[in-house]
Design a protein around this ligand. Sequence first.
Ligand code: GDP
Ligand code: IMO
Ligand code: MG
Length: 434
Amino acid sequence: MPITVLLGAQWGDEGKGRITDALAKEVDIVARFNGGDNAGHSLTIGSQVVRLHLLPSGIFHDACLNIIGNGVVVNPLSLLKEIAEVNSAGVSVTPRRLRISHAAHVILPGHRALDAAYEAAGGIGTTLRGIGPAYSDKAARFGIRCGSMANPDDFAMAVRAHTLRVNAILTRVYDRPPLDAESVAEEYRAAAHQLAPFLEDTAALLHNALAQGQRILAEGAQAALLDIDHGTYPFVTSSNATIGGVLTGLGVPPRAIGRVIGVAKAFNTRVGGGPFVTELEGDLAARLRGSGANPWDEYGSTTGRPRRVGWLDLVALRHAVRLNGIDELALTKLDVLRGLPELHVCIAYRFGDRVIDHFPQDSALLARCTPVYQTLPGWQDEVSHARCPEDLPAEAHNFIATVERFAGAPVSLVSVGPEREQLIRRQSTITRCN
Ligand code: GDP
Ligand code: IMO
Ligand code: MG
């Protein structure tokens, strides 16, 4: 059974966790392939809203095995805190439900301290979770892998040595206080004892699962425009959130992938710095962002920062469709657009006296682009009660059809609210054309 991939098609927070949770009941394994606890995936389960950062979003399905793949960077303390939260939400996270790749890299306090030092020296608005420094250490071959937690004493020694090395940089380069290497080592020794039973050669596990015909869903964190190679560099995260990240981040071959679902919001948001062509300010921005009274309002799930908001950028979405070979789109938050008299979607960029229809690789150029909009009629009817395509108003159908035509991929899922049942499956009249 081929792998289904689910990844973000914008700047993150599209509702990946919510869609993964919905699809997880149909699969045997959900595997996270990139990022770390910079991600915030909110799931609404009955009356509970749970924010997952490292745990894959299949964790609430009893029959589903959840894998943290080798492409993920794991903060052991964050993971233990999250496991405790999920346990208190009534789901016991045991090795039957969760496996962590031996080859995933560990995030240590030194990484967080360096992230904070880099940001203070003029950064891009990271989540301060130590993501960039952890992936830097991985690439520089200084990293510590999760597999070393199998021997907590050796792990504690490696953590101590890492902290001392980071201390030299913190004190000498950034004039910052050092970390207490002994207490960090002790804290991480204890965490290693707790996490050791979850360690696994997850690539081998996935190969066996593929051979047995098991159904696998690969869940991405972040999104195409935050990808280290294809996003709006340097305003990006430090991993590949696009399709290549599935292969390297899980160790599965390209032919094992059968279906790629891109998750996109009906408007755009972004947290942190960087170009955002369709960005809105003032009343309309406040209307799309929400006041913060609802759990789904546009405030970061990880940092609580207000998200920047703007109209749907179809030039950027088509870029994400092409980069990833997206077969189907899941379009979320249609309910949030209800009540606006008219909607805009960006169909090209203006750069000086030129009109361009592609997403520029150069962020400096993108920052100087302005949007060319198509105006569409809004819908006034409540859509959050819709459960099938026929329940949606004509204006919403028109909006979806415009997205499909421009992005070049059919919209097979439409989300009209955060709850499990607020998801509509839909047959499209268009086929993928990327
Ligand atoms: P992720 O990082 O891609 O998983 O997305 P986040 O969880 O960070 O942000 C999406 C937010 O929107 C979450 O609070 C979801 O519960 C919520 N959400 C997802 N789909 C919908 C939808 O269709 N309508 C509304 N109102 N909220 C949604
Ligand atoms: P999910 O999986 C939105 C952004 C940060 C910052 C940049 C680099 O919930 O969609 P980092 O801490 O990764 O070094 O920060 O990336 N960012 C996200 N934005 N959703 C996310 O994850 C993000 N993860 C990182 O705001 O601009
Ligand atoms: Mg999020």
